[in-house]
Ligand binder design. Structure first.
Ligand SMILES: Nc1nc2c(ncn2[C@@H]2O[C@H](COP(=O)(O)OP(=O)(O)OP(=O)(O)O)[C@@H](O)[C@H]2O)c(=O)[nH]1
Ligand SMILES: [Mg+2]
Length: 458
């Protein structure tokens, strides 16, 4: 349904709805200039140079609507690949609505969500990965998510895919050639070279797949619940990590009743930290019991937990039992013992033998930065991706996973001396998955799904 009326000239408010100093209305399509010429009377826009700005009044019949600045773009140079005029008007809601109303009267159609970007894609200005990166850029809320989106808009991921595609096409062409000369039993490409090429492709694809772990946390953030018995210092730790007194701290067990959620940015990754009610055997206090149930729920729905202990009321056995409990439930855990400022040497040495245990003092700010580092590492791993593409999109990840299977099958086929025509089929399958990502192979339903998530005016 998204592709109908692609020849219409479309209009939408591209700046946020509401009052602002300036608003931006975008018009794209073959009638953009003729329609605007009917209300921008001071000059003929059709004969102006593209990429120029023009100040003047918009007037409809006898009504002066606003003094505006128009930015003119001509098809090949515009974002959509069509004639585009952007109207910078004063940011009154009345003016925004009135201009759009008049443009609709004069023959424009209201754009659907993402329709400007869809047209850019359909007109070959960008591929699907770049179109999706535009939506990611608008959604970005940290430097890391912004940088990843910008890299993909500039074609970072596209060029990785093009390289994969060209290498596959090269292999495919060689095999096709062999098939043409099948009767002569020639091998145009040495099978061991072939295997090396496929291994290279598998490595490139695996790197892209591995980057998804980081991409996913960059895009969606990570949820971490702080779990422990009452009085272990969970709220103190939340406050220290945030560097503000967000949660109430007291030495009364059961102080925190409801969960408290706050966002912490560590190296560009957003962690949604949840301070929970201390878990203990059901108390007589009904509200506290509800809080404990909520803690258990957050424990199971978080990406991982900080399992916090107060050494003064935990034994080594308690800690080991908890580790086993969480591991049985498949809950990823960062094991942290608090109040190290008052820990006695004997216990410290005894607990130190537990693998991956971290000692901190939330109250005295000891090892809090180390804890942040560990949180980051647990969320994103230790691989360095400074210059490489990071996959943030589940659709891409799924297609790359299928590509990995196809590449493995090609490799298996080579090892087992599969015939050229069967290998050729396997390669076509791999190319198909690449085409799904870039949008060379797509359908209306898929485009609808992707672009309907965009905002109107983009
Ligand atoms: N000595 C010492 N005391 C601490 C430390 N961290 C927290 N405390 C104290 O431990 C007590 C309990 O702290 P909270 O942060 O309220 O503990 P909680 O785990 O949130 O407790 P509930 O909300 O009842 O589950 C307070 O008196 C804190 O001052 C620490 O690193 N060292
Ligand atoms: Mg608390």
């Amino acid at each position: 349904m998204i592709l109908f009326n692609n020849n219409d000239t479309i209009v939408a408010l591209s700046s946020p709805k509401g009052i602002g100093a300036i608003s931006l209305i975008r018009v794209s399509g073959s009638k953009a200039y003729s329609i605007l010429n009917q209300i921008f009377l001071s000059k003929n826009l059709s004969i102006q140079k593209p990429n120029t700005l023009h100040v003047g009044f918009l007037q409809f019949q006898n009504e002066i609507i606003d003094e505006v600045v128009l930015c003119l773009y001509k098809n090949s140079k515009s974002f959509t690949g069509e004639d585009v005029i952007e109207i910078n008007c004063h940011g009154s809601i009345y003016i925004q609505n009135r201009i759009i109303e008049i443009l609709l009267l004069l023959g424009c159609r209201l754009a659907r969500p993402g329709e400007f970007t869809l047209r850019a894609f359909l007109n070959g200005k960008i591929d699907l990965t770049q179109a999706e990166a535009v939506a990611d850029l608008i959604d970005s809320n940290t430097e890391a998510s912004k940088n990843t989106a910008i890299r993909n808009i500039k074609g970072g991921f596209k060029s990785d895919l093009t390289s994969l595609r060209q290498r596959l096409l090269h292999i495919s062409a060689m095999i096709e050639l062999e098939l043409d000369f099948a009767t002569e039993d020639v091998e145009f490409i040495d099978r061991s070279n072939f295997l090396t090429l496929i291994d290279d492709l598998i490595i490139s694809n695996t790197n892209l797949l591995n980057s998804f772990k980081l991409g996913n946390v960059i895009k969606n953030g990570v949820q971490v619940a702080i779990i422990g018995k009452p009085n272990t210092g969970k709220s103190t730790l939340l406050n220290k990590l945030l560097n503000e007194n967000r949660a109430i701290v007291s030495d009364i067990a059961g102080t925190t009743r409801d969960t408290i959620e706050e966002v912490l940015n560590i190296n560009g990754v957003l962690f949604r930290l949840i301070d929970t009610a201390g878990i203990r055997d059901k108390s007589v206090d009904v509200i506290e019991n509800i809080g404990i149930d909520k803690s258990i729920e957050k424990m199971t729905t978080s990406d991982f937990i900080i399992s916090l202990f107060d050494f003064s009321n935990s034994t080594k056995e308690d800690i080991i039992n908890s580790i086993n409990y969480y591991s049985e439930l498949h809950i990823r855990t960062l094991l942290v013992v608090n109040k190290m400022d008052i820990i006695d040497t004997y216990l410290f040495e005894e607990l130190s033998s537990i693998p991956n245990i971290l000692f901190i003092s939330a109250k005295n700010n000891i090892n809090i930065d180390l804890l942040k580092e560990k949180l980051y590492t647990l969320a994103v791993g230790t691989d360095v991706y400074s210059e490489s593409t990071i996959i943030t999109n589940l659709r891409h990840y799924d297609a790359l996973k299928n590509l990995a299977i196809a590449l493995a099958e090609i490799k298996g086929g080579l090892i087992n001396s599969l015939s050229g025509d069967l290998l050729s089929l396997e390669i076509k399958q791999a190319l198909y998955y690449l085409g799904l990502i870039t949008g060379e192979i797509t359908n209306e339903e898929q485009l609808d799904l992707i672009f309907s998530k965009f905002c109107i005016g983009k």
